[in-house]
Structure formats: structure tokens, C-alpha cells
Design a protein around this ligand. Structure first.
Ligand SMILES: C[S@@+](CC[C@H](N)C(=O)[O-])C[C@H]1O[C@@H](n2cnc3c(N)ncnc32)[C@H](O)[C@@H]1O
Length: 411
């Protein structure tokens, strides 16, 4: 770090001496990028462009900073500026492809990646990106071919190993998934989500998934969550929970509710006519943004469930958690916190992905399944009385339905 600081100082000095020093500005911007200081990086890329607007790489790098900031319109303008200077600049075609992919324009994205490859046939990232689109299109054979081509060109490309691993996992080729996850982890041991997927593929049950793994899944899934999960996969757990409570406690009403893993706010909507005050917690900022728009929560809290519950001391009469424990794993701390935050006769209503046996397990899918015996054990330990249990259909997976447990516990 000291070395970087020294280099930054020396570049700043050089720029002070010669404010037109293009290379100094670009090198300084790159150093700032390396340190994660994107604001300063942006300033010096912009300064470099003012000095010499004819370098496509600078426009492209500025585009990457803007894209990372979420400023997608400006990023697109920068990539296009790079192509105005040099229409054969492959990285800019590739980056425009990524923006189009994000925008759902799959055909447009593929065209950009192909243009990138035409101009630079060894651009591994473009093959990897085409692979991702082929996954979206359900063309697994073409996806595998493109990921493998990316790895032929760049055998150190962690992302392509991860993509291959995920695809093999999804199509049930566990051995191949394991090999690719292992390759990725050899190159990037810090990839916690990949380690989780490797454990899942190996059948090794861990206590919890990494927070980043859950956050990333749901930040990406958020925009299509309601239409895909409810519309396409037949997800009805929030209303099944509501029906279960109605049938055991007709005319029930509670003062304060806590929705654990509130997601896009479906439970808030389903329960709000019986609970005037509901607090929602979720780890995914993008899911929370959507639930905020539904205006059914009095308070929305961003964070990991166990961490947030540990910090709270206010009491509730109702706790709901629909399809969330599959991403939590061990439920001991959740039960302990809910007991501590429960008013007398509070209800704790939740669903699980159902497992046989006495415990919980990490499934090859990367989700956790919990057995009835495990939930019963925790209910007894934390003094809850089970007033309802049923097996239900959670959502479709391929042609099959995932079997889930629906529980009501009373404090
Ligand atoms: C399948 S969604 C269900 C959302 C909502 N309960 C529903 O039924 O529509 C799971 C949600 O739980 C959140 N989640 C999973 N694990 C979490 C954790 N440890 N802490 C906070 N939120 C979590 C996810 O971000 C996601 O929004």
C-alpha cells in the first residue's frame, strides 16, 4: 500500500508539473482503480480524454468505471466513443454486448460479442459472454462449447470455470461440476460462492451459505422474481401460509409482524390486512427496493437475518418466513432469537424444503432442506408448540414439484 501511495504521489507531482501529461493521468487513474477509488479514477480518465480524445482504451476504461457505478447510459456513451475513434476496438464491442445482455437484448448482445471476436479472435471474455447468453437461451451444448473455447484461450479464466461448473451442476453432471469448481478455486481460493457450490456438489453439509452467495443470487433475480417464481414456477407459499393460519386461527389478528427474508414483499401483501405493522428484513438490496414500492412495510431492514435479529430487542406477535430457510441452513440461532423477540402466544409461520431424517442437509442445488424431526427438536428446545404442519408444493423444478414443509408454531 505504501508503494502504491508513493506511486500516486509521484504521478500527481508529474501532472502538476505538466498538466497535459496524458500517460501520467491514465496510469494514475489505473492505480486509483486498483485501490477501488473509482471517483478519482473517473476524474483522471476524464482528464486524460480531454488531453487526448483519440485513445479508444481510455474511453473504454472510463466506460467500465461508469458501468460499475451503475451509470449504464454514460457507460454506453463511453464505449461508443471508443468505437468512434477505432471501430475495430474489440473490448468496447464486448462491453456494449454486456450492457445489451443486461438490458435483455440477447440477439443484440450476441452480435456485439461476435463483432468483438471478429476483430480479436482470441478475446476469451467474448466467448465466455456468448456462453452466458446460450445458458439464458437454454442451449447448453453451445454454452459449454463457448466456455471451453474461452478456457482454451485463457486457461486462467476463473469466471469460465465457474460458469461451466454452474451449468454442469444444473444439468446434473456433478462430476464435471466438481472438477470445474475445483479449478476455479485453485486459481481464486477467495471465491466463497464457488466453495459453497463445491460443497453442495460434494454432498458436504455446511452450517450456513456465504452471505455474498445469497445476496448475489437475489440481486440478480430481483427484477424477474415475481413474474418468474410466481408466474412461471407456480410459487404460492405466502398464500399457502396465510390459508394455514386462517384455518387454525379463524378471525386472527396481530399487532406487529416480522417478515424474515421479505424479498419483494409478497408476504407483506398477503398478511397486511391482519397485521397493521410489519417489519421486513432482507439481505438483498435489489429485492428490498421492490418490496419498498409495495408500501406494505412500516420498516425495511437490509442485512443478514441472524445479524439483524441479534441487534433487535423489540417484540413481535407474528413471524413469517416463506421459502427463506433454504438459504439459511442451521436454524438454531433463528429459533433462539425468535423466542427472545416473541410476545406471549406469538405465531411463527414458515416453510422449508422438506428432507427426511433428523437434521438438515445441503442439497446439490446449493439450497438447504430441513426435516420435520429437526424442526420438532428446535421447537421443543425453544418452547414452541406446533399447531400445524403440512407437506405442500413449493415450486416447480423442471417437470417436478419441490416438496416443502409448512409449519405454524405458537410461542
Ligand atoms: C425465495 S426468496 C422468498 C422471498 C419472500 N419471502 C417470498 O416468499 O416471496 C428468499 C429471500 O430470502 C432472502 N434471504 C435469504 N437468506 C437470507 C439471510 N440469511 N438474511 C436475510 N435475507 C435472506 C433473500 O435475499 C430472498 O429475498
Amino acid at each position: 500500500m505504501k508503494n502504491i501511495d508513493r506511486r500516486i504521489k509521484s504521478h500527481l507531482k508529474a501532472i502538476e508539473k505538466d498538466p497535459e501529461a496524458f500517460d501520467e493521468c491514465v496510469e494514475l487513474a489505473d492505480l486509483y482503480l486498483e485501490m477501488g477509488r473509482s471517483l478519482e479514477a473517473k476524474t483522471f480518465f476524464e482528464k486524460a480524454i480531454l488531453i487526448d480524445p483519440t485513445c479508444p482504451g481510455t474511453h473504454n476504461e472510463l466506460g467500465l468505471v461508469l458501468e460499475k457505478e451503475g451509470n449504464l447510459g454514460e457507460a454506453m456513451r463511453s464505449y461508443k466513443a471508443a468505437l468512434l475513434v477505432d471501430p475495430s476496438y474489440a473490448d468496447a464491442h464486448n462491453n456494449i454486448g454486456n450492457l445489451k445482455h443486461e438490458d435483455g437484448d440477447l440477439d443484440g448482445a450476441i452480435k456485439c460479442y461476435k463483432r468483438a471476436i471478429k476483430n480479436e479472435p482470441t478475446l476469451a471474455a467474448a466467448f465466455n459472454n456468448i456462453g452466458n447468453i446460450k445458458v439464458d437461451l437454454g442451449n447448453n451444448k453451445a454454452a459449454i462449447k463457448n466456455f471451453k473455447r474461452a478456457l482454451e484461450i485463457d486457461p486462467q479464466m476463473v469466471e469460465a470455470y465457474i460458469n461451466l461448473g454452474n451449468l454442469y451442476k444444473d444439468i446434473g453432471k456433478t462430476k464435471e461440476a466438481i472438477l470445474n469448481y475445483q479449478m476455479a478455486l485453485r486459481l481464486a481460493p477467495e471465491e466463497e460462492a464457488t466453495r459453497h457450490n463445491l460443497n453442495a456438489a460434494l454432498g458436504k453439509t455446511t452450517k450456513h451459505p456465504p452471505n455474498e452467495f445469497v445476496k448475489e443470487i437475489f440481486d440478480e433475480y430481483a427484477p424477474k422474481f415475481d413474474s418468474h417464481l410466481v408466474g412461471d414456477l407456480g410459487y404460492q407459499i405466502p398464500s399457502i401460509l396465510r390459508d394455514s393460519v386462517d384455518s387454525v386461527y379463524p378471525d386472527w389478528k396481530m399487532d406487529r409482524g416480522l417478515d424474515l427474508g421479505c424479498g419483494t414483499g409478497i408476504c407483506g401483501t398477503v398478511f397486511s390486512d391482519r397485521i397493521p405493522e410489519i417489519v421486513g428484513i432482507d439481505i438483498s438490496p435489489k429485492m428490498l427496493e421492490i418490496s419498498k414500492r409495495k408500501k406494505v412495510y412500516n420498516e425495511l431492514v437490509l442485512g443478514e437475518l441472524n445479524e439483524i435479529l441479534n441487534e433487535r430487542h423489540d417484540r413481535f406477535d407474528f413471524f413469517v418466513s416463506a421459502d427463506v430457510f433454504i438459504y439459511v441452513g442451521d436454524l438454531e440461532d433463528i429459533f433462539s432469537s425468535i423466542r427472545r423477540l416473541s410476545n406471549r402466544k406469538a405465531l411463527f409461520v414458515f416453510s422449508t424444503e422438506h428432507a427426511e431424517g433428523d437434521s438438515y442437509e445441503l442439497l446439490p442445488s446449493g439450497r438447504y432442506a430441513h426435516s420435520e424431526n429437526y424442526i420438532n427438536k428446535l421447537s421443543n428446545r425453544y418452547n414452541f408448540c406446533r399447531t400445524s404442519f403440512s407437506l405442500q408444493r413449493v415450486r416447480k423444478e423442471g417437470d417436478d414439484w419441490i416438496k416443502g414443509g409448512v409449519y405454524i408454531l405458537e410461542a
